[in-house]
Design a protein around this ligand. Structure first.
Ligand SMILES: NC(=O)c1ccc[n+]([C@@H]2O[C@H](COP(=O)([O-])OP(=O)(O)OC[C@H]3O[C@@H](n4cnc5c(N)ncnc54)[C@H](O)[C@@H]3O)[C@@H](O)[C@H]2O)c1
Length: 440
């Protein structure tokens, strides 16, 4: 199938998503010879995978690599020996200036906003891993800077471009199950930690620059059990299971139903410990209605041992076994189950026996961003879309610090209206040198 055909087909499919891509990102980057010179911040773990995926585009030249862990930096540098290497992303962006065209941010969540903001202030398009930010405030700021500078942006929710998820969006928007009144979404993963903080040790591994790893957060002695990976369980660095998996699983219903900001969020979980996210959460939201929903829309998220929800609670066929991760749309005329990541299934099966799902061609989420940077097409998960999605999601993460309390949300003011202490968790105190700008 020709790439021209795929692009036309994609544009047709993305017309359905136009309302969520409120302000399409436009072309900013492209070095003179049609090559995109990329700089990568965080090149181990998912960063290594992002590096492979972006550089698999034939018009990409990897110009710079940055990581606070020398061992991880060395591994990436061996694969891209011509790329300049850095430990501090701030130095990289300042030193390289016009020698780079675009930036990929694949660090732990707490570093997404300061790194992406710095790159965008320098006029660089950004691919940023999910969730877009650690703080609600930061998601708003990244969206603002992207829109003000009209930068090409993409959040790293690659399943957003996958066939099953794009097909599910079209099916819901075609009205196949009627107006949707409820969404249930879940992940049986546990990115929480209910225990006590580990005993601090004074020595970080010799390859790790702990101070730069901490970045925005307050200075503190080296702690094991943070880097790599396990930071996602801890409140200062990660966003728990809801931030980690919810952003993927929340994404399709959010896009399909064209949701905006929630009216409120409430979490059922254990009391806060000041250290780890709860190991299991039930998060409830109410969203204002849209043209695809009933007058208001109820959303429930289940993680850890709360997941999956019990089929009898959902009035589903008794023999239906829910997958360990996924979502269920409850419509006026049926249900759609969307296992993560697999094809949507409609219920009652008898009613939909003759249903023909729409045919969709695959998209490469990474190449979509590179192509858009080079002036072709647009991204499907720009910060205009990813910002509000992340804000909604993170409100649920804030709510897990105030169990069983409804947080009434004024999205325009970025404010919890009924619990002033919750507003301290909408924006963090930034360590000097790592601030995230407050844009008007
Ligand atoms: N889209 C997906 O499917 C997917 C999958 C896994 C992870 N992720 C996301 O990718 C990000 C990274 O997750 P991970 O599991 O790879 O974490 P990780 O801890 O394994 O890796 C993070 C990398 O960033 C480096 N790093 C940390 N702070 C840095 C800084 N200030 N400057 C430069 N480099 C820094 C680390 O040394 C490490 O190499 C997270 O935001 C996570 O949510 C996305």
């Amino acid at each position: 199938m020709s790439s021209q055909f795929q692009r036309r087909d994609f544009l047709k499919a993305s017309a359905a998503l136009a309302a969520v891509n409120l302000l399409p990102s436009r072309v900013q980057a492209a070095s003179a010879n049609g090559v995109l010179r990329t700089a990568h911040i965080g090149v181990g773990g998912m960063g290594g995978s992002d590096l492979n995926s972006v550089s698999s585009h034939k018009q990409v030249e990897v110009a710079a690599l940055c990581d606070v862990d020398a061992a991880r930096l060395k591994g990436a540098s061996m694969r891209h020996p011509n790329a300049k290497t850095f430990v501090d992303y701030r130095e990289m962006i300042t030193a390289l200036g016009d020698q780079i065209d675009a930036v990929v941010v694949s660090t732990p969540d707490h570093t997404h906003a300061p790194a992406a903001m710095r790159a965008m202030l320098a006029g660089k398009p950004v691919y940023c891993q999910k969730p877009l930010t650690h703080e609600v405030f930061e998601a708003r700021q990244l969206r603002k800077i992207a829109e003000q500078k009209k930068l090409v942006t993409q959040m790293g929710i690659q399943v957003h471009s996958s066939n099953p998820y794009r097909r599910a969006v079209q099916m819901i928007q075609s009205g196949v199950i009627g107006k949707v009144s409820q969404v249930h979404a879940w992940s049986g993963k546990n990115w929480g930690y209910d225990g006590a903080p580990p005993i601090s040790s004074s020595e970080a591994p010799p390859t790790l620059d702990w101070d730069l790893w901490l970045g925005v957060t307050s200075d503190r002695p080296y702690m094991p059990g943070h880097h790599p990976g396990s930071w996602r369980k801890l409140i200062d660095f990660g966003t728990g299971t809801l931030g980690d998996m919810g952003v993927h699983i929340f994404d399709t219903p959010y896009a399909a139903l064209e949701l905006t900001a929630p009216k409120w969020a409430k979490t059922t979980c254990r009391p806060p410990t000041g250290y780890g996210h709860p190991e299991r959460n039930l998060v409830e939201y109410e969203f204002p209605g849209t043209k695809h929903t009933t007058d208001s829309m109820s959303w429930k998220w289940y993680d850890g041992s709360f997941a999956p929800p019990k089929s009898d609670e959902l009035d589903l066929p008794a023999d239906l076994k829910l997958p360990s991760q996924g979502s269920l749309f409850v419509g006026e005329g049926g249900y759609m189950l969307l296992p993560h990541v697999s094809e949507p299934v409609l219920f009652p099966q008898k009613k939909f026996a003759d249903y023909q799902p729409p045919v969709i061609d695959g998209q490469n989420h990474y190449h979509q961003w590179v192509d858009a940077c080079l002036g072709e097409g647009q991204t499907s998960a720009s910060f205009s879309y990813a910002g509000p999605l992340t804000e909604a999601l993170l409100l649920g993460v804030v709510a897990n610090r105030f169990p069983d309390t409804k947080l009434e949300w004024d999205a325009a003011a970025l404010e919890v209206t009924n619990l002033p202490e919750a507003n301290k968790l909408i924006k963090r105190e930034y360590r000097k040198g790592f601030e995230v700008e407050n844009l008007s």
